[in-house]
Design a protein around this ligand. Structure first.
Ligand code: PA5
Length: 435
């Protein structure tokens, strides 16, 4: 089988620099695998085998089939790690216009995500799409107390109960939360909803391969076994020694570049359905590394679209950035550009070539231009966007993020900073205990 590869020939990092950082990567590997580093209580995802519960996977499969069979619309409620991984996989692994396809061309119901903002218009606009549709809801929150999904769920619970009656609504509501803690757990137990458990030792942004991500992903018809298989192969490959481990090299190169003043990383992709994968990646690295006044700012661009907006800044702006491109080697579909007798658009020089061929040349041209412009470039070559490789890529980035965080000297598994805005918001809202 083809592999995911890392090309760092244009990273501006020399082999001796990699040699120098190697012992630190080895130490990071050891403390991560022995579970003795900062945040060790949230490293359950590292040995993915232990966190994959076959019975739970079977229940997810059954629940997703039930949802597919009985629903026109599936509403996934969650934010941050309880949202982005699922959406990343659903969008990457399905048709670009999934929700717009007729039902017979979709494997699952239409899927909408709410509870990831506090926009009243966003929530209310969704109701305009629901009139005569059958609906299932999955509310996802590890703490079970996060404000955004809690408000969205309160509104949707009420809607579902009015639409279906309390008993029937209960059969259409699925809850993914902690085994015993949190308001959502108590609510789910009281109502008798079907529940799925988020393991204690896996934090939100590392939880896509738990029921948090797997249930919504399975609802869209994605083969979650292949997704897991890819990740499990990643567990083996990305634990190898440094010289054979592209995941550790990626983490090391990021750290070397950061220490040379490159404190913004741009994740570039040329397939628009990788948009939410990049959003997931930004949360993973941003929340994991951005602390103690340190961290690389993770940013993303959709090329070639953003070559017509941010391209100028990347080429010519302040030289504090480096770029990592996810290069999908084989597109899901392609089309040959035909010869046109009149050639009014002047495109006949491309006739016989495919659209993806042009996309690849845009990538090669951009890579060279940005590199020459002083932007170190890394390329992660991914053979196909399918379940197997997306699963592997997820594990690649999770592992790289943990190693990179340890290299930086931070705890990559906590997020103390996100509490600050909440304290102010709760005080302003008059929440008991915050006045
Ligand atoms: O990575 C994290 O831990 C966070 O981004 C959480 O996923 C996010 O805040 C949502 O939390 P919860 O699942 O408790 O609602």
């Amino acid at each position: 089988m083809d592999s995911i590869t890392l090309d760092y020939s244009k990273s501006s990092v020399e082999e001796y620099e990699l040699e120098n950082i190697k012992p630190y990567v080895k130490t990071s590997h050891e403390i991560l695998h022995k579970g003795i580093g900062p945040g060790k209580e949230y490293t359950g995802w590292v040995n993915l085998h232990n966190s994959i519960d076959e019975d739970e996977i079977e229940r997810i499969r059954e629940a997703s089939k039930n949802i597919r069979d009985t629903s026109d619309v599936f509403i996934s409620i969650g934010i941050g790690g309880s949202y982005l991984g699922a959406r990343a996989c659903i969008e990457a692994l399905n048709h670009n216009f999934y929700n717009e396809l007729p039902r017979e061309k979709r494997k699952g119901p239409k899927i909408f995500f709410i509870g990831n903002n506090l926009s009243s218009s966003y929530i209310m606009d969704l109701f305009d799409l629901l009139d005569d549709k059958d609906i299932s809801v999955n509310v996802i929150s590890k703490s079970g107390t996060t404000t955004e999904p809690a408000i969205a769920f309160r509104i949707f619970k009420d809607y579902m109960e009015k639409r279906y009656g309390i008993e029937k609504a209960r059969k259409r509501i699925y809850v993914t939360t902690d085994r015993e803690k949190g308001a959502l757990r108590s609510l789910a137990d009281k109502e008798g909803y079907t529940t799925f458990i988020i393991p204690d030792d896996i934090g939100g942004r590392y939880s896509v391969l738990t029921p948090v991500g797997l249930l919504p992903i399975a609802v869209s018809g994605v083969d979650i076994e292949s997704l897991i298989k890819g990740a499990l192969d990643g567990v083996r490959e990305y634990s190898l020694d440094f010289d054979e481990n592209i995941c550790y090299k990626y983490a090391a190169i990021r750290n070397i570049l950061y220490n040379k003043g490159k404190d913004i990383e741009i994740l570039a992709y040329y397939e628009p359905n990788m948009h939410f994968f990049a959003e997931w990646w930004k949360q993973l690295f941003g929340e994991s590394e951005g602390k103690d006044k340190k961290g690389i700012f993770p940013s993303s661009v959709s090329f070639t679209t953003d070559l017509h907006s941010l391209g100028q800044l990347i080429q010519d702006g302040k030289r504090n950035i480096f770029e990592t491109t996810i290069n999908i080697l084989n597109p899901r579909r392609d089309e040959v550009i035909k010869q046109d007798e009149e050639n009014l658009d002047g495109l006949n020089y491309l006739s016989g070539k495919t659209i993806d061929y042009v996309n690849k040349k845009a990538f090669e041209g951009t890579l060279l231009a940005h590199y020459k412009g002083g932007v170190p470039n890394l390329v992660i070559n991914v053979p196909y966007v399918n379940e197997y490789y997306i699963g592997k890529l997820i594990y690649f980035f999770e592992k790289a993020c943990a190693i990179s965080g340890y290299l930086l000297g931070v705890n990559p598994f906590n997020q103390p900073g996100v509490e600050e805005y909440k304290k102010n918001m709760f005080r302003l809202l008059g929440k008991p205990g915050y006045m």
